[in-house]
Design a protein around this ligand. Structure first.
Ligand code: ADP
Ligand code: MG
Length: 340
């Protein structure tokens, strides 16, 4: 799909402008614009609490604005209505595309690849390959759809300072792609703290539309929250903030039909003798908002991935490795045709 070259046409179309909603006059428009909310899409992706915070309209009005925006998106076919028949849902789900990870084994575990319209979380200990998967996906997403890609660009929200353009170039080159082109289609945002990370997430809509983004990565999603909210007394606030962040992402995945990847660390639980050292951080909020969760662990040179708690994925392990192509299948003795 080739999009018309709409160079620097930043004007919001009348249909999409917030003032096209009943009850949004010039005063509310100014408040919303000041908060970075220009379009109906912005209003729908922002949670009511965020709208209220940013604009000092009361929560009832914020909920109302959010609902109206969603209703309008339903009308123009950008969003699901609250009730939809199962057969309609099936048709809608046909719009979901799948992104190859670069490893046939891992793709198989994911029943064909990373889904759009969903959030996929990779968690595991340090060095288990989370960041390498993210780098590889930045290249893979740019491939045409018949080669496992989504023919689009990527946004990389880097909270740990571990994104490396050199590594992405190496992966692209090893996969026969032009490194320069690949690098030019990855927008990187370094998030310095949780508030900054949230601000970046709120601003995703415009970047997604302008750059034909098909993949958004948050590497890692929870680290800042863990570092900033220490002690039991702060847990509730931390989870509330994390919850808002996660839902903002989920709405973004649904409204733009893109894939969202989160990485997450595991809890080392030195305080609890029977604590599960393979537990992801972020608690129930992250566990319940992620559509799919994949646990990664090291096994010598290889890496093992397991799908956790999925209602329709088989519970078994997939083996992959990390090399110059990023994520790759281990060399196999015997037969087995492998995709790229
Ligand atoms: P984390 O889960 O902590 O994000 P990473 O994704 O950073 O882990 O994985 C780091 C590992 O990736 C290294 O230990 C190394 O084994 C592997 N790795 C990184 N770069 C390369 C490369 N160019 N070739 C092969 N393996 C690499
Ligand atoms: Mg990492």
């Amino acid at each position: 799909m080739v999009e018309a070259e709409t160079e620097e046409v930043e004007e919001v179309s009348e249909e999409m402008d917030v003032t096209s909603l009943p009850g949004v006059g010039p005063a509310t428009k100014t408040k919303l614009n000041d908060a970075g909310i220009f379009t109906i899409l912005d209003l729908a992706t922002a949670g009511p609490a965020d709208i209220a915070d940013a604009t000092d309209v009361d929560i009832t009005k914020a909920v109302d604005l959010n609902n109206k925006a969603r209703k309008k998106l339903v009308e123009i076919g950008r969003l699901e209505p609250d009730f939809i028949s199962a057969s309609e849902l099936l048709t809608k789900r046909k719009n979901i595309s799948r992104l190859s990870t670069g490893s046939a084994n891992l793709d198989e575990l994911l029943a064909g690849g990373i889904e759009t319209w969903a959030m996929t979380e990779f968690y595991g200990e340090f060095g288990s390959g989370k960041t390498q998967i993210c780098h590889t996906l930045c290249a893979m997403v740019q491939l045409p759809t018949d080669q496992g890609g989504l023919d689009g660009g990527a946004v990389y929200i880097d909270t740990e300072g571990t994104f490396r353009p050199e590594r992405l170039a190496q992966i692209a080159e090893a996969r026969g792609m032009d490194p320069e082109t690949v690098l030019s289609k990855v927008m990187v945002a370094r998030a310095y703290n949780s508030a900054h990370q949230e601000l970046i997430a709120k601003d995703l809509g415009r970047i997604i539309e302008k750059n034909k983004i098909k993949l958004v990565i948050v590497d890692s999603a929870v680290a800042h929250y863990r570092a900033e909210f220490l002690g039991r007394g702060t847990l509730a606030e931390r989870q509330q903030r994390l919850n808002r962040f996660m839902h903002q992402l989920l709405r973004t995945a649904e409204i733009y039909n893109i894939a969202i990847i989160l990485t997450n660390q595991v809890q080392s639980a030195p305080d609890s003798f029977f604590g599960d050292p393979t537990r992801a951080t972020g608690g129930h909020v992250v566990a319940h908002t992620s559509t799919y969760r994949i646990y990664l662990r090291k096994a010598g040179k290889n890496r093992i991935a397991r799908m956790i708690d999925s209602p329709y994925h088989p519970e078994r392990d997939a083996v992959f490795m990390l090399d110059e192509k990023g994520v790759d299948d281990p060399p196999e003795e015997g037969s087995g045709s492998k995709r790229r």
